[in-house]
Design a protein around this ligand. Structure first.
Ligand code: ZN
Length: 154
């Protein structure tokens, strides 16, 4: 899923966590749980399936997440004195940055995180996957819903 989706879910988890260590691991677990849900990315049209488009998508994804975080910080929606929020946020986005490390380097340290990520990501999607555009719409809906939940409840 998009890092935007994982990050906003991480914010919600952090708000309800009891301590930073628990928050981090709940964020991490949430990443793999969310990735189990089919979200269309394995059905990306072939013309988009290359490093340039994936890189561009990553830049857009991280930019939207950064703007979202900035907006939440400016409007004081994030309690900066609660360490559980950044801890859960870090846990929820970490697997995708480890994946980036795997693709950008050939360091052995990234192989195990890559295999774990690949395993969870493909549990369902290797048998059933949504069309790319449906998955994209699904993720946008999850992102908007998470932001609304965070603003209204957290
Ligand atoms: Zn992931």
């Amino acid at each position: 899923m998009f890092i935007t989706v994982h990050g906003t879910i991480g914010l919600i988890i952090g708000t309800y966590s009891q301590n930073p260590i628990l928050a981090f691991f709940l964020g991490l677990i949430s990443h793999y749980c969310c990735d189990i849900i089919p979200h269309g990315d394995t059905k990306a049209p072939k013309k988009y399936n290359n490093l340039i488009y994936w890189g561009l998508a990553g830049i857009i994804d991280i930019s939207i997440l950064s703007i979202t975080l900035l907006g939440l910080l400016i409007t004081s929606r994030i309690n900066i004195y609660n360490p559980n929020i950044p801890a859960a946020f870090l846990g929820s986005v970490l697997p995708d940055f480890l994946l980036l490390g795997y693709f950008l380097s050939n360091k052995k340290i990234f192989i195990i995180p890559f295999k774990i990520h690949y395993f969870f990501h493909n549990i369902v999607s290797k048998k059933y996957e949504w069309p790319f555009w449906a998955g994209l719409g699904f993720q946008i809906i999850i992102f908007i819903t998470s932001i609304i939940i965070y603003i209204k409840i957290c």
